[in-house]
Structures are given as C-alpha cells and as structure tokens.
Design a protein. Structure first.
Length: 363
C-alpha cells in the first residue's frame, strides 16, 4: 500500500518567498498522478518535497497514514527518476542498476534476481554489460528507471524524465512507462511534466498547478471536457481554447450569449435569471468548431493555414486579445487561405466563464 496525503502543505524560502500554499491532495495506491502547470508554478518543488529533498515549511505529508515531514528520503519508501539520467559512466548497465542494492548490503542472489527482473521488464537484457555511452538516450532513461525498480519502492517519482529525448524517443519511452505501470498496478507513481500529451495519455488523474496552489484535479477527460476556469481551459488542450467576450441574453437550462464581435453562442451550461446582461467569455476548443451557413460564433477571413494531414489548422484575426482565433478541421482542406468562413459549435461544446470561473462550478 502507498497512499499519500498532503494537508495544507506550503513551501517558502527564507520565510519571505512563497512558492506553494494550501496544497490539499490525496493520492491512492496504484494511481499514476501527473503534475502539470506553467514554468515556475512549483510542480518540481512539490515532487521534491514528497521525496524529502525539499523541506516542507507548512502542513503535513503522510504516506500510508504515517507523518513523514521529518523522515529522511531513504526511509520514505520512495524512488525518484530525474530529468538527467545521472548514470555512472564507468559502470555497466548491470552495475548501475545494482549499485543501490550493493550499498544496502543485499545478497548477490537478491541483487541478481532484482536486476534480472527489472531488465526483463524494461527490455534491457541485451544491454546489461554495456557502458552508458554505448546506449541511446531512451535506453539510458530506461536504465535510470530500472535503477529505481530494483529498489522495489512503494512510490515512484518522475521529474520530467523524457524532456531530454527527441520526439520519436519521447513517444516510445512514454509508451514504455505506460506499459511499466500496467505491470506494477499496486505501485503509486507521481509524474511531473510540462508536456500535455504525456499528461493526457499517462495519467489516471492530473493535478494542474497555478498561482502557488492547485487549480483543478481530475481525470484527463474531466479537465478537457469540464475545466473549472479559463486558466485550466486554455492550459489543457492544444491549440488552446478560443475565448470570445460577450453578454448573456437568454438564461435557463441553455444559455445564449451575444458576442462582442457580432456572433451568437448557445451553451448547455445553465444560467440564472439574474445572469441576464452579465459579461462573460465564451470558450470553444479549435477542434469543436464546424463550418456553418447559419448562426455563427465567429466569422472571418482565414489568414494562415497549417495542413497537418489528419487535420488542418485555420488561423483568423485576433478578437479582443493578442491571440488569434484557431479552428482545427478534420482532414485536408485545400485553398482555404483568404476565404471567408463562418464557424459554429454544438451547444454541448460551448463553455461559459464569468470572472475567470466556469458557470458550471459556481455554488
């Protein structure tokens, strides 16, 4: 068992620089939880606090019900995989993976069994007698993961482990980490990344960090389909969600918004009679736009196109911000540049935010 519970956890440096505050989070045994957020939001700091490499300056951290704020890192039952491989260059793969067990005075039989099991799990058996310099980046990262596996920890911590790999290796290693989790369903994993694809494909739950705290916690699809704020809505998903300012004109189980740019949006987000006339922002993901001849949320001339094969991205002039309006249409759409296009979206795909918060999440 490896349940983690963070209660009102905070981190300050020098008593003046506050990095994190009021972090309340429970992670259950067997979960793979991903921390995401903008640079400087404190996701790596939070991971290091769980590992014991950074001091917790407020609140409590419990592992399996035991308070571990002052427990040394080596005694927390945790193994950490860092962004850099940190392999000993003069040691073979076998020696790198077994080093911690030798320091712990394990028997040769235990060491051989643990290394063999981890190498088989990570498909490293052909490389056990190689030096790190004879391995690819992906293989080196697998060795770093294997070095953690042999210790048989309760909790695995990953701090952006794929950021040093090229695109192809990132995909392959990401799949290997997902397969590794399937082979160890009772082990808890916490993974830090700035890559949304890693977060969406690996996580059982995602923790979005911002403004020194937690912005939202949920499954990948919960965050994608029902973001609780403009920040989460634009942070999850690529390209980011489009936002259009406007005012509510009709309330009820469906809400109608007259947009400042002249369009009209209808959403299944409910509203109250007192919301009529309220200034809001309407959010539509690029992939939820459809070309229409009827009422449009947005109408404009295509300035730039990006043909990616499976989808085509259309860029339009910005409205009320520095960010362009983007539509992502499935398939190939030739000769769209310079054309006037009307875009609409199904009501269930239209989000409404007031003062930065989704109307779905108000009291």
């Amino acid at each position: 068992m490896a349940d983690l519970k963070l209660t009102d956890v905070g981190k300050t440096y020098g008593g003046a620089v506050e990095v994190l505050k009021h972090i309340d989070l429970e992670i259950e045994t067997g979960e793979l939880v991903v921390f995401v957020g903008p640079s400087g939001c404190g996701k790596s700091t939070l991971l290091r606090m769980i590992a014991g490499l950074e001091k917790i300056t407020a609140g409590t951290l419990e592992i399996d019900g035991q308070r571990v704020n002052d427990v040394p890192p080596a005694q927390r039952g945790i193994a950490m995989v860092f962004q850099s491989y940190a392999l000993y260059p003069h040691m073979t793969v076998r020696d790198n993976m077994s080093f911690a067990l030798k320091i712990a005075k394990k028997s040769k039989e235990e060491i051989d069994e643990s290394v063999t099991r981890a190498a088989r799990m990570l498909q490293l058996e052909p490389y056990l007698d190689r030096l790190p310099k004879a391995l690819s980046g992906g293989q080196r990262q697998r060795v770093a993961i294997g070095r953690s596996i042999v210790r048989d920890p309760k909790v695995y911590l990953f701090d952006e482990p794929l950021s040093n790999l090229d695109a192809a290796l990132r995909v392959a290693t990401r799949i290997e980490i997902a397969q590794l989790k399937e082979k160890m369903p009772d082990r808890t994993m916490i993974y830090v990344t700035h890559d949304q694809v890693e977060a969406m494909t690996l996580a059982s739950r995602i923790v979005v960090l911002a403004n020194k705290g937690i912005a939202q916690v949920g499954t990948p699809l919960e965050l994608y389909e029902t973001p609780n704020s403009e920040f989460v809505a634009q942070f999850i998903g690529s390209p980011a969600m489009n936002l259009f300012p406007g005012k509510i004109t009709e309330t009820g189980e469906r809400t109608t918004v007259a947009l400042d740019g002249g369009g009209t949006a209808v959403s299944v987000v409910p509203s109250r009679p007192e919301d009529k006339g309220r200034e809001v922002k309407v959010g539509v993901r690029p992939e939820d736009f459809e070309q229409t001849e009827g009422d449009a949320i947005y109408a404009g001339r295509v300035e730039i196109t990006e043909a990616l094969g499976e989808v085509t991205l259309l860029y339009f002039e910005a409205t009320g911000s520095d960010e362009p309006i983007i539509a992502k249409l499935p398939g190939i759409h030739r000769e769209m540049r310079g054309r006037d296009v009307r875009l609409g979206a199904a009501p269930e795909k239209v989000h409404i935010f007031a003062e930065g918060r989704s109307l779905l999440f108000r009291d």
